[in-house]
Ligand binder design. Structure first.
Ligand SMILES: Cc1cc2nc3c(=O)[nH]c(=O)nc-3n(C[C@H](O)[C@H](O)[C@H](O)COP(=O)(O)OP(=O)(O)OC[C@H]3O[C@@H](n4cnc5c(N)ncnc54)[C@H](O)[C@@H]3O)c2cc1C
Length: 215
């Protein structure tokens, strides 16, 4: 099987045009964590997105990041943590952003932060005949055009190859969680070593001993 390892959107366009012209079936591959989902089919070549891993822009004040599709979730997390933000996907660190979007897998915090596809503001993608398309915009409030990018989220690579995406970010909940955990631990430790607790335990113990003696 052929392996295609594009380093740019233009390489992806060339690969798709060639495949389209020759009738070869391509499977787009990120880090292979979710390849068994959907309806796996026989293919002639794999197109790996892992070289498309650049950070295009990060604007913490706008809570927006633009990355190429092959960027690892873990690497993106490290960049965003410096701005006190995260892309709330909870996917494994080695998964690619494009793979997570194409899988459409929301994280367990979905009820609080919404579905994964709603964090995708814009995508740049290459169609089956090798054209580069853009859907959405690098802004949260955008009502122009069709939400094709929402359709691509969860399409498992069947509609287009995502080459870059703009994502809406959240404040780093993990930090809140860590702070809350530290506060909770401090509170519990305070309660456990409190003299009132010791006194209460001693009284209970005495009461139990007295009851046993009476039997
Ligand atoms: C909360 C949570 C926890 C998870 N925990 C785990 C876990 O513990 N272990 C685990 O293995 N997975 C886990 N997953 C799933 C994991 O997120 C997916 O496996 C991941 O999204 C796939 O990324 P990948 O780069 O490996 O993509 P791949 O597995 O390589 O591809 C996944 C699908 O997307 C398509 N695709 C890939 N890249 C693109 C692209 N650029 N454009 C278009 N289509 C593309 C592929 O053709 C394939 O259909 C979890 C997901 C969530 C939300």
């Amino acid at each position: 099987m052929d392996l295609i390892h594009p380093a740019s959107a233009a390489d992806v366009m060339d690969a798709m045009s060639d495949a389209n012209a020759s009738g070869r079936r391509l499977l787009v591959v990120g880090r292979r964590r979710h390849l068994d989902k959907g309806n796996p089919a026989d293919v002639d070549a794999e197109l790996w997105t892992t070289q498309l891993d650049r950070l295009v822009s990060y604007e913490p004040a706008e809570m927006i990041v633009v990355v190429e599709a092959g960027m690892r979730v873990g690497e993106l997390g490290r960049v965003l943590a410096e701005g006190g933000q995260e892309w709330p996907s909870d996917a494994p660190p080695e998964a690619t952003v494009g793979g997570v979007i194409a899988s459409g897998a929301s994280c367990v915090r979905r009820l609080k932060i919404g579905a994964l596809r709603d964090t995708v503001l814009e995508i740049r993608a290459v169609t089956g005949d090798g054209r580069l398309i853009r859907s959405g915009a690098r802004t949260v409030k955008n009502v122009t055009g069709y939400d094709l990018h929402k359709m691509v989220a969860g399409s498992l690579g069947t509609l287009a190859i995502v080459v870059a995406a703009t994502q809406f970010l959240a404040a780093l909940l993990l930090q809140d969680f860590a702070d809350n955990t530290a506060r909770a631990a401090g509170f519990i430790a305070g309660v456990v070593i409190s003299p009132i607790i010791f006194l209460g335990a001693a009284l209970l113990y005495e009461d139990q001993v007295a009851r046993l003696r009476r039997r």
